[in-house]
Ligand binder design. Structure first.
Ligand SMILES: [Fe+2]
Length: 348
């Protein structure tokens, strides 16, 4: 794929008010968004989520604020014990075989400050990704904790509403209704939210190779392992101007900078499709755990993020990975832990 061949798709658009209605028949839209037929992108948008614009603005600007703290302050929130799955992580993850310095992430659990399982030292030792308590820079950036938790909980709440309609779709031909996706999300102590900061990059960093390579200059191709992943629309910030403000993505300047940048889905025919998330919508991607739990009625879709280059231009966004507890049974034989171990073997 090259710059001149960008295909933009409009994902299925759901209304929050319809999600609230358990009697609404959204089956055909859920199928179109997440189903196993050609044309499904594995992603949908949800509009009219109450308070979303303010919650988004309150949190996403703080990603730029955090990265401007002195390095010795930032380093206080790097948490090796959890293999960098709580607090600040930068250059610790591997992308395309190399440490990923293109972005930094602030991780925490959006629903439990102290997960009940954190009281069991054996669990914490065996499950460093999930078992720790949240870590906050409350001395230096006290706004982060409430902004992060408020938006994180909101996304999980909308995710639960969406999960109920996903289960309704799965259950439609089953005599025994299991509600596997809803129960997984409602009962989980292990959801993980990630405030992402993509550092400004040079034109050289985003340049595509003649064979269409380097498309994934901000985030490599992958599928999520969650049940559902909730995403905000990314916020672009010119970090040379303080106080930080969101750049208007509809301005001619930003439209030009962003014309090929952003989230891409690799569709069922191996074509890359660009997906734009409007600022007033949440996006939800279907994860691989839901593919297992739905016995293939849903298919998780590979995706990547292509960078945008402009001086001092950073990209901030927020993702919430809604995943079951490790002992949750995705089907009669497979727990989430079995599934993640199989995924790990596949990748490493
Ligand atoms: Fe992802």
């Amino acid at each position: 794929m090259t710059v001149n061949q960008v295909t933009i798709a409009q994902p299925v658009l759901l209304d929050y008010n319809d999600l609230l209605n358990p009697n609404a028949d959204l089956n055909s839209l859920i199928d179109k968004a997440f189903g196993n037929k050609t044309g499904s992108l594995g992603v949908c948008l949800v509009k009219n989520v109450p308070d979303l614009p303010l919650l988004r603005k309150n949190l996403l600007l703080l990603a730029s604020e955090f990265t401007k703290l002195p390095s010795q302050t930032i380093n206080k929130y790097v948490h090796q014990q959890s293999t960098y799955s709580f607090g600040w992580s930068h250059g610790k993850e591997i992308m395309n075989g190399k440490p990923d310095f293109a972005k930094g992430s602030y991780y925490n659990n959006p629903t439990y400050e102290i997960p009940p399982s954190s009281k069991d030292p054996e669990y914490v030792k065996s499950n460093p990704f999930y078992g720790h308590q949240n870590i906050w820079p409350n001395q230096e950036l006290p706004q982060l904790q409430p902004a992060f938790m408020d938006l994180g909980k909101k996304i999980v709440d909308v995710g639960i509403l969406l999960a109920k309609h996903c289960d309704k779709f799965i259950n439609k031909d089953l005599s025994t209704k299991k509600d596997l996706i809803t129960n997984a999300i409602e009962k989980s102590e292990t959801h993980k939210a990630r405030l992402l900061h993509y550092f400004p990059i040079t034109p050289e960093d985003v340049k595509e190779t003649s064979d269409g390579g380097n498309l994934d200059s901000w985030c490599g191709l992958h599928v999520d392992h969650s049940m559902l992943t909730g995403l905000t629309s990314a916020m672009f910030v010119d970090e040379s101007i303080y106080p930080f403000e969101e750049k208007d993505k509809s301005s001619p300047e930003m439209k030009d900078i962003l014309k090929t940048a952003g989230l891409y889905i690799k569709d069922r025919d191996d074509h890359y499709i660009k997906v734009n998330i409007p600022a007033d919508c949440l996006a939800f991607q279907i994860g691989e755990a839901a593919q297992v739990a739905s016995n293939g009625l849903f298919i998780s879709t590979p995706h990547l993020v292509k960078g945008a280059s402009a001086p001092f231009l950073a990209r901030n966004t927020f993702a919430v990975f809604m995943q079951p507890n490790i002992d949750y049974k995705l089907n009669d034989t497979t727990t989430f832990l079995d599934f993640t171990e199989e995924v790990f073997k596949r990748h490493y």
